[in-house]
Design a protein. Sequence first.
Length: 255
Amino acid sequence: MEAVFLHILNIAITASWLVLAVLLLRLVLKKAPKWATCLLWGIVALRLLLPFSLESALSVIPDAEPIPESIIITGTPTVNSGLEGGDQVPGEVPDQVPDSVISGSLAPVPGDSVDPVQVLVLVASIVWLVGILVMLSYGAFSYFRLKHKMRASIVKEGRVYLCDHIDTPFILGIFRPRIYLPSGMAESEIPYVLAHEEAHLRRKDHLWKPLGFLLLSVYWFNPLLWVGYILLCRDIENACDEKAIKDSDTAYKVS
């Protein structure tokens, strides 16, 4: 279990650099189509899914394995964050100062019966598993509670349903997704809302969002990935707004 946790931790660290790169690109590409930003988040998701890293001299990731998995069995643990130290004193052996400080603080004290690194990694692994269970339990509870509430909905047309117990439209379902609209929604608003929700369905957002949540459940300990998931959901909504407005403008010009 400890080896799996260290592998996940390394992936999370390297993915953090990608998240920072995407945050920077979002600022540069403000005027670009919104779907392009969603593709950038797809690169982050791919890094989280792949069990290995692609290394190159031009890579934005400083090191593919900042924390070697052998740290739990080696006598002198080492850490390679990829962050260089400051200027070296003449005659001093060059070193990555931040990494040497971290590694030194984790080194076992002679005479100790327990390796502090092994204890730390074991405790962190247990906390990590508990966090995954909490995230998945919360997601499952929210989904089934919402699905139970939607049992009171009625069919409007096709896969579009009306419900008295909701305030905003949304899509629910993985294999047979349905569009749910508030019963009190004005008829004049429905065509625009449906255009937005249909854009979600065409782009399979009802699959990408749950996948993003599953990845977040595994890497819940990384705050940058929380930021990434929140911005992903926002970018998905903006992309569908952009698509719905574009389609409505096209339909208006044709008519």
